[in-house]
Ligand binder design. Structure first.
Ligand code: AMP
Length: 274
């Protein structure tokens, strides 16, 4: 496995490969990220993982400065799962000048849910993903369903810009109790970690009510919000939407339940397909 820090080194390493598969990450890797790499390895003749904490997707006051940075441990894990190339650029390498050209995703996709509570988040994500795509020039890129809205928006971006990249998604990897693995779980105190499973449980409750034929979606959503609020959470949203565009679904459409909530100082997000 080669660890490269510049776009020039990356290009040199990838010259000669026909089908590059790509996993973009912000590092602090766990089994969820590694599942993406496993999937990517089956899809290309070399797999690139990027590790870059992207300032553009953090709002002022969010955890950009404290986000865990564990490059050496990340590389050990990536080597063990057969990653070919790690691209870990510095900020100066990826953003040598202030990034004046940016991608603004459409409001109806990007100003709801995560975008409502994290203004500018998806513009930051789309801009860095587009830039990383330019660096890596992958044939396939792999994203996790935990960040459901993100993979949906990246898919749309790729479609609308006619980028020659296949987007593949991987199911959420969870701890034994059901909590989605996340780099931010490291922020939880032991008591919060025990409580954290209530978020996937609240999403699962909505999903199971829908599966058993319940149709009053707003009532299910507000019950689930309430169930977390009474336990001391500050839920941002818990919603059931159709998978394709996250708009309200009609009977028979494939649905997904999305949620984000704060537990103490930590904001957790998750999703469950119905
Ligand atoms: P991040 O490093 O948080 O930006 O995540 C990088 C990629 O890993 C994104 O596509 C995430 O959706 C994905 N990911 C994060 N956590 C998980 C998980 N528990 N299961 C599957 N994919 C995940």
């Amino acid at each position: 496995m080669h660890v490269v820090h510049t776009i020039a080194e990356l290009r040199a390493r990838l010259a000669g490969y026909r089908c590059v598969s790509f996993v973009p990450t912000m590092g602090s890797l766990h089994e969820g990220h590694l599942a993406l790499v496993h999937q990517a390895r089956t899809l290309g003749d070399v797999t690139v993982a990027s590790i870059f904490v992207n300032r553009l997707q953090f709002a002022p006051g969010e955890d950009f400065d404290t986000y865990p940075r564990t490059l050496e441990a990340d590389c050990v894990q990536l080597r063990a799962v057969g990653c070919g190339v790690v691209f870990a650029p510095s900020e100066r390498e990826l953003y040598p000048q202030a990034q004046g050209f940016t991608i603004q995703p459409p409001a109806e996709l990007a100003d709801i849910f995560e975008g409502e509570f994290r203004p500018g988040f998806f513009a930051g994500v789309c801009t860095v993903v587009q830039k990383l795509f330019g660096c890596v020039q992958p044939s396939v890129a792999v994203f996790g369903k935990k960040d459901y809205q993100q993979q949906m928006i990246v898919r749309r971006m790729v479609q609308q810009f006619a980028l020659p990249i296949e987007i593949v998604t991987v199911d959420t990897i969870r701890a034994a109790d059901g909590l989605a693995l996340s780099s931010r779980n490291a922020y939880l105190s032991p008591a919060e970690r025990r409580e954290a499973v209530q978020l996937p449980m609240a999403l699962a409750a909505i999903a199971s009510a829908l599966r058993s034929g319940e149709t009053d979606v707003p009532a299910l959503e507000s019950e689930a919000m309430q169930s977390l609020a009474v336990r001391g959470w500050r839920p941002d949203y818990l919603v059931a939407r159709r998978r394709s565009d996250l708009q309200p679904g009609r009977p028979g459409e494939a649905m997904v339940v999305l949620g984000a909530a704060r537990l103490g100082a930590t904001r957790l997000i998750d999703s469950v397909e119905v």
